[in-house]
Design a protein around this ligand. Structure first.
Ligand code: BGC
Length: 251
């Protein structure tokens, strides 16, 4: 079993979640554990929490880590919703030093998208699929015929003179106490913009708010079909585990 098991960890603005994943089926093996993201979320502090989560799983093998930034060759290149001191840091390196495990890092939305396309709502979908994850920020994962094009960062396209995530994220809905109708209209504007620039065949919405899709689905006016991932709350951890395993297959 061990060789098909990978620990998937999803680093978020408020929580760090992990579970052991069977990368053949995408199923969780055992419990999902969550620790609060330390504040400020500096590399040292987050790495300590990461190591604690690894230890709680009594895990010594491969770990895949979803991280909320552009991640190139394990290095964080941006830090929109996490401490700025992450920029330029090798995520895998600092986590490996603290946890003693081998780590592969990937953008969090790319990780969630990989899980959805491989095991979930996007399975078998060809053409251009655009996964949009909506939470503290907005992340995106672009697929063409099932193949990921990493680090698209479409939460940062401009809408009303600001990065779209500052207008449309779920954190904005909560902070401004927007009704579903008002927030749904914002999301609709955003998706229409993405539709014009990316011409997707399918949108998949992820993130916690995808569970409440019924509340705002009627306000979304786009021509492209829209699906909500709803139950795939753990997609970030599953996809991160799957990504790490994929990397070992490339060696
Ligand atoms: C970051 C992305 C991330 C998204 C969701 C954005 O602010 O720039 O890299 O995927 O938030 O966490």
């Amino acid at each position: 079993m061990q060789q098909h098991t990978v620990l998937g960890i999803d680093i978020g603005g408020s929580g760090i979640k992990g579970s052991l994943i069977d990368i053949r089926s995408g199923e969780m093996l055992g419990e999902r554990l969550r620790l609060t993201t330390p504040q400020p979320a500096t590399p040292e502090a987050v790495a300590d929490t990461f190591a604690q989560l690894v230890e709680m799983h009594q895990w010594k093998g491969l770990v895949g880590c979803g991280f909320p930034a552009i991640v190139k060759h394990n290095v964080a290149l941006t830090a929109a919703n996490i401490d700025k001191s992450w920029i330029g840091v090798d995520i895998a390196d600092i986590f490996e030093r603290k946890s003693g495990c081998t780590v592969a890092a990937v953008n969090d939305a790319d990780a969630a998208g990989l899980a959805m396309m491989r095991f979930g709502i996007g399975k078998g979908e060809l053409g251009v699929v655009l996964v949009v994850t909506i939470g503290t920020g907005i992340g995106s994962a672009l697929f063409h015929n099932g193949q990921l094009v990493p680090n698209t960062e479409l939460g940062h396209v401009f809408l009303h003179n600001m990065p779209a995530e500052q207008y449309t994220a779920d954190s904005v809905r909560k902070r401004l106490e927007l009704s579903w109708k008002d927030w749904g209209a914002r999301l609709s504007e955003y998706l229409r913009h993405l539709e014009r620039i990316m011409s997707p065949d399918l949108f998949i919405l992820g993130g916690g708010v995808s569970k409440q899709f019924d509340e705002y689905a009627s306000f979304i006016k786009v021509d492209t079909p829209v699906r909500a991932a709803r139950l795939q709350n753990n997609a970030g951890a599953i996809g991160a585990a799957y990504y790490a395993w994929q990397q070992t297959q490339l060696l």
